[in-house]
Design a protein around this ligand. Sequence first.
Ligand SMILES: [Zn+2]
Length: 336
Amino acid sequence: MPRRHIHASSSMLPSLGLPPGSLADIDAAYDYDVETDPPAIEPVEHRIRLDFMAGGAIRYDQLLTNYDSRDRDAAETDPWHHAGRAKPLGMQYAEGTCQRRLTEEARYYESYDDEDTLVDAPAFLAHRLRQARSAADPEAALRSERDRRETWYRTLIPRLNLCSVLKRSSYGTLIDDGSDEMPEDHDLLEYNGFVGVIVLDPDHDPETYARERNLPSRYVVREQDLSSGKVEEGAHSSEYGLDLPAPLLVGEYASGSRYSLLPWSDGLVCSCPFKTGAPWRVMCKHELLASIVLGAQESIFLPVTDGLDIPYRARRFVSPTVASTHTPQLPDDEWS
Ligand SMILES: [Zn+2]
């Protein structure tokens, strides 16, 4: 598998070998297999990150308490309205993005047998539409796919995913619960950190590796010593085609977890089990935190709050292409 190597600023650090699936889809070396690779970071996902960046900090008192996304009533009423709380602006933008993506994707269903049109479609949708073409009843397969996608944008993303993250028991575990003030990014980074580390495979000993390269040993970790390395708790870098040792950003969170951020689909994906455990989820609480930190810093590159000077690609959270074209907007009225 061809891969691009990005060298760190120090020769003591290993290079970052980028697998084809981590590149931008406009890159000539980009390659992605819907059936065998982990889910791509979808266009809507990059945009929702930008929405929460633009929406600014979220106060503890804006977070939901007892929202149960499986509750039938919860799917029909706005949970913030129901709870009498102020809905975070980033969430309103995210709803606007879901609404507009649904409209923008209409053309793919209308021209699903035209390969030139599908070239621009998100990889997963293009794959499903190609499958629909060869179904026994293509029109029925197409309708079913369209319904499925609509459910994702209308219910799964905003209600089952984002409302679950915007709870005191989720994102609330990463921020200060005592203040009614809007938390600043330095407050968020007081409790949470983004650490530049060398992640090793099980065959390497961190102490030996650090000594041989004159690196502080606290910034050299085995993958299995991160929270994602605990039994079945999250994704492994090998699933994303990454070779170890690799210079990566590891989030160290107020909730006590440590998860690496893996280069993928022109951005980074959190390796925690919430994010990687279900392909329809577009954001975990760690990615929400990263978005809000980046919004305050007006950057798409996460800060290295501690540790080694890792390559910029290992810190680039959002696709630069999407960042340069997306404008967060509120949903239109008819969206419910
Ligand atoms: Zn996560």
